[in-house]
Design a protein around this ligand. Structure first.
Ligand SMILES: *[C@@H]1O[C@H](CO)[C@@H](O)[C@H](O)[C@H]1NC(C)=O
Ligand SMILES: *[C@@H]1O[C@H](CO)[C@@H](O)[C@H](O)[C@H]1NC(C)=O
Ligand SMILES: *[C@@H]1O[C@H](CO)[C@@H](O)[C@H](O)[C@H]1NC(C)=O
Ligand SMILES: *[C@@H]1O[C@H](CO)[C@@H](O)[C@H](O)[C@H]1NC(C)=O
Ligand SMILES: *[C@@H]1O[C@H](CO)[C@@H](O)[C@H](O)[C@H]1NC(C)=O
Ligand SMILES: *[C@@H]1O[C@H](CO)[C@@H](O)[C@H](O)[C@H]1NC(C)=O
Ligand SMILES: *[C@@H]1O[C@H](CO)[C@@H](O)[C@H](O)[C@H]1NC(C)=O
Length: 207
């Protein structure tokens, strides 16, 4: 068919079609690649920091009954640094450790609820309370240093529904012991960092 009707016009249109399809698919691939690349490049991990913290009860641990009463108050800030990415936070917990022993846990957002976070927005969890008491054995004495500070480590485990991601950050804090509930000086804002390894902890509250 083509051989007999090989007019110049037909040949050119046929060749043009081929070239056009080729160009179009190239463009498509390039476009998809660019979108994918921008998406990957444009995504920055959310940032956690602890802006305030004090302990109301901690100094009452006795070597006799090995019972640790605790009352830890925290101001936690969660920032979305992205210009175009939204988050939908759910199932978020804060776990507190002292001398590598987990002593308390609090749920910031339970798994049936969620908090939407717009781009470039900041969510503040104010006066989050971790309190209770727990029988625990410590290798070292439970004592503050001379300036009444304790080293407390937090692990924040969180879930983002939009990107179906789970992640954990750790915040190594130096927390002042407060005899008077109101003031909270003596604490420096502390950034939390992502943990690569999986910590041995059980998210289900246990007593
Ligand atoms: C948290 O922030 C509020 C408001 O700034 C402040 O009143 C409160 O004392 C802070 N709490 C802690 C634990 O720093
Ligand atoms: C320690 O325990 C004693 C007796 O239970 C109580 O009177 C005291 O107020 C506690 N101190 C602190 C700092 O919690
Ligand atoms: C952050 O989110 C809150 C609640 O959705 C909203 O009221 C506030 O205007 C937002 N702020 C910015 C800077 O987008
Ligand atoms: C107690 O800890 C705080 C916070 O790290 C520090 O600034 C202070 O120097 C420490 N005090 C002593 C006596 O180690
Ligand atoms: C920070 O906290 C994590 C979690 O408890 C702990 O594994 C790590 O050793 C701490 N880092 C420092 C420098 O204390
Ligand atoms: C607690 O507050 C009272 C009255 O405001 C003050 O006299 C006392 O020194 C404070 N104690 C500490 C440990 O800051
Ligand atoms: C806060 O930071 C200052 C300056 O880096 C430091 O001297 C001080 O010990 C820190 N305080 C605490 C409680 O970590």
């Amino acid at each position: 068919m083509f051989a007999t009707e090989s007019s110049d016009v037909k040949n050119t249109t046929h060749r043009c079609k081929k070239i056009c399809i080729g160009l179009l698919s190239l463009l498509f691939i390039a476009g998809a690649y660019t979108i994918f690349f921008i998406h990957m490049r444009g995504y920055t991990d959310p940032k956690f920091s602890v802006n305030g913290a004090y302990l109301n009860r901690f100094n009452n641990y006795t070597e006799i009954n090995h019972n640790l009463p605790y009352n830890l108050v925290l101001n936690i800030t969660l920032t979305n640094p992205n210009k175009k990415v939204d988050f939908e936070w759910s199932d978020t917990q804060v776990i507190a450790y002292y001398q590598n022993e987990r002593f308390g846990v609090v749920t910031l957002i339970d798994r049936w609820k969620s908090i939407h976070q717009d781009p470039k927005n900041t969510t503040i969890f104010q006066n989050v309370l971790i309190q209770g008491w727990k029988p625990l054995l410590f290798e070292e004495h439970v004592l503050p240093n001379v300036t009444h500070h304790y080293r407390i480590d937090l692990v924040i485990a969180f879930h983002d529904k939009i990107h179906q991601s789970f992640a954990e950050v750790t915040c190594n804090l130096t927390v002042p012991l407060n005899f008077n509930v109101t003031s909270c000086d003596g604490f420096n804002t502390t950034k939390c960092s992502y943990i690569q390894f999986k910590l041995e902890h059980n998210l289900a509250p246990k007593n």
